[in-house]
Design a protein around this ligand. Structure first.
Ligand code: ADE
Length: 177
């Protein structure tokens, strides 16, 4: 991947100290979205990476996974499937819970959105602990979909997500750290 483009993408993501609490360096991808050149370059790099690889669906996790997954799906000419917080999807769903720092939450997918013929790419903005992506992969596999690839605009390598997702058999693409 072109290093100038990667550095444009990385520089366009603002880092906000002490948000949402003391000691956290928050990586704010909304500043990337505000930069039309950086946003387009991000989607173009992902297109380059994943075109002609036989993917049939992109799954994006609420909410920021939609912002990168949907434009990528359009460019690749394949469908986009949202994974959402409970109660947001109108048709029949299956649900998968995952651990939070305190307690747990769950994610849902439409039961008929993925079939056994699908080869799925999972897309999200940022990889931290990997908990939501692990839940997303379990949902896809429960519906019979094949999923071996996940793409992130940015990864925070100290939080364990890369090891967790690799253990699920996923191949990861991260545009920056
Ligand atoms: N999610 C978990 N850690 C984060 C961080 N540092 N910045 C943005 N999103 C996050």
């Amino acid at each position: 991947m072109n290093t100038e483009t990667l550095s444009l993408i990385k520089q366009s993501i603002k880092t906000i100290p002490n948000y949402p609490k003391e000691g956290i360096l928050f990586r704010d991808v909304t500043s990337l979205l505000e930069n039309a050149v950086a946003y387009k370059a991000t989607i173009d790099l992902l297109v380059e990476q994943y075109r002609n690889k036989g993917f049939t669906k992109i799954v994006g996790t609420e909410a920021r996974g939609f912002l990168f997954g949907a434009p990528l799906a359009l460019e690749l000419g394949i469908g986009f499937v949202p994974v959402r917080k409970p109660g947001k999807l109108p048709r029949a769903t299956i649900s998968q819970s995952y651990e939070l720092e305190y307690g747990h939450d769950s994610l849902e997918i439409h039961t008929d959105a993925i079939t056994a013929n699908d080869k799925v790419l999972v897309v999200d903005d940022l990889l931290a602990t990997g908990g939501t992506i692990e839940a997303t992969v379990k949902l896809i596999r429960q519906l019979g979909g094949e999923v071996q690839d996940a793409a992130f605009v940015i990864s925070l390598p100290d939080l364990g997500g890369e090891a967790r997702l690799t253990a699920l058999g996923l191949e990861l693409v991260k545009l920056c750290e």
